[in-house]
Design a protein around this ligand. Structure first.
Ligand code: 2P0
Length: 320
C-alpha cells in the first residue's frame, strides 16, 4: 500500500501548454502536507476482465476512467496487459479544493508501479503522475517542491523536484473547510475554459516566472514575509484569471472571503500567517507553528467555517 499527501501550491499551476501529455503552461511551487492523506492498494490480477476502482469503500464510476488511464501508463512501461483492482481511501473531502487528485494519483502511481515490479526513480514517478494530474507530480516529494514547466514536447523535462525538506522550515498549514461539496467545475475543464476565454491568460503566463523566482529566494532564505507577499499575490492573480473566464470560475463562497480578511487582519497586527486558495472554497493558512492556535481559534469563529484542520509540512509519497 502507498500513501501520499496533498500539496498546496503557493505559486499556482493554471493552464496547459499541451494536453496530450498534460504539460503545464507555467511552473509551480508547493508545500506537501502531513496529516491529510490518500492510501492506495493496487493488485494486478490476470483473472480480472476490467480494472476496478473503489474509493472510500464504494465502487467509483466517476473517476474510473482517469484511474484506468493512469494504470495504462504503468502497464505500458512494464509491458503487461492485465487489469488491476485499486482500493483507495482519503481521510479528507474528495475534489473539494484540497488537492485530492494530487495525493490520489501520486499514491496510485507509487502503489501501481511497485505492484508491477517497476523500479522507478522519484523523477520517473513524478513524470507518470503528472500525466494523470499536473499537481500529482509535486506530491511525489515532501517539503517545498518546484514543478518545472519544461520545454520538450514529450514532457520529459516537465518534472517536479524538492527544494528543501519538511524539517528545514517546519511551518504549519491550517485549513479552513468552508464546504464539503464536490467542486462544480474541475481544474482540467477550468483551465481549458480560461485559456480559451480570459483576456488575461497570456499576461498570466508571461508574468509567472518572476513569481517562482521570488518564492524560491524567500524559501532559500526562510524569509516568511517575502513568501507571504508573493504567495498571496500569485493566489489572487490566479483567482483574478479564473474570475475573468467566461463563464466565470468563482471558486469562493462568503466564508472563503471572510477567512481571507481575517488572515490579512492577523498579519497586519503582526501574526506570521498568510493565506492561499486553490480551485475550491477552502482557505489554507501558512504560519509559524507558534501562531497555529490563534489562527485556528480565529477561523473557527467565522460563520460558514465548518471545520478547521492543522497540518505540518510532510514527506513525499511512500510505501506503508
Ligand atoms: C495548483 N491547481 O497549482 C493549482 C492551483 C488548482 C489551483 O494544480 O488538469 O487537478 O489534472 O493537471 O492537477 C489543480 O490541477 O489539474 C491544480 P490537471 P490538477 O495546485
Amino acid at each position: 500500500m502507498a500513501q501520499a499527501q496533498p500539496n498546496i501550491a503557493l505559486i499556482k499551476y493554471w493552464g496547459k501548454r499541451q494536453t496530450k501529455f498534460n504539460l503545464p503552461a507555467v511552473g509551480s511551487l508547493s508545500v506537501t502536507l502531513d496529516s491529510l492523506w490518500t492510501r492506495t492498494r493496487v493488485q494486478f490480477n490476470s483473472d480480472l476482465e476490467k480494472d476496478e476502482f473503489h474509493l472510500n469503500g464504494q465502487l467509483d464510476s466517476i473517476r474510473y476512467q482517469r484511474v484506468s488511464q493512469c494504470l495504462d501508463l504503468m502497464r505500458r512501461r512494464a509491458n503487461v496487459s492485465y487489469c488491476a483492482a485499486v482500493v483507495s481511501e482519503n481521510n479528507f473531502p474528495t475534489e473539494a479544493g484540497l488537492a485530492s487528485s494530487a495525493s490520489g494519483f501520486a499514491a496510485l502511481v507509487l502503489a501501481g508501479s511497485k505492484a508491477l515490479g517497476l523500479d522507478l526513480t522519484d523523477a520517473e514517478l513524478s513524470e507518470i503522475a503528472r500525466q494523470s494530474s499536473g499537481s500529482a507530480a509535486r506530491s511525489i516529494f515532501g517539503g517545498f517542491v518546484e514543478m518545472e514547466p519544461g520545454h520538450r514536447k514529450d514532457g520529459s523535462d516537465t518534472i517536479a523536484h524538492p527544494l528543501i525538506g519538511p524539517e528545514e522550515w517546519p511551518l504549519h498549514v491550517v485549513v479552513a473547510i468552508t464546504s464539503d461539496r464536490t467542486k462544480i467545475v474541475g481544474s482540467t475543464e477550468g483551465m481549458q475554459r480560461t485559456s480559451l476565454s480570459s483576456p488575461y491568460y497570456q499576461a498570466w503566463i508571461q508574468n509567472h516566472a518572476p513569481d517562482i523566482e521570488a518564492a524560491k529566494r524567500a524559501i532559500t532564505s526562510h524569509d516568511f514575509d517575502a513568501l507571504a507577499d508573493i504567495s498571496e499575490y500569485n493566489c489572487l492573480k490566479m483567482h483574478g484569471l479564473a474570475l475573468s473566464t467566461r463563464p466565470a470560475l468563482i471558486y469562493w463562497n462568503g466564508a472563503t472571503v471572510e477567512c481571507m480578511n481575517c488572515v490579512r487582519g492577523l498579519r497586519a497586527s503582526g501574526t506570521a500567517a498568510f493565506f492561499t486558495i486553490d480551485a475550491g472554497p477552502q482557505v489554507k493558512v501558512i504560519c509559524e507553528p507558534s501562531e497555529t492556535q490563534e489562527i485556528m481559534d480565529a477561523l473557527r469563529g467565522i460563520p460558514g467555517v465548518l471545520r478547521v484542520l492543522n497540518s505540518r509540512i510532510g514527506q513525499g509519497a511512500r510505501l506503508i
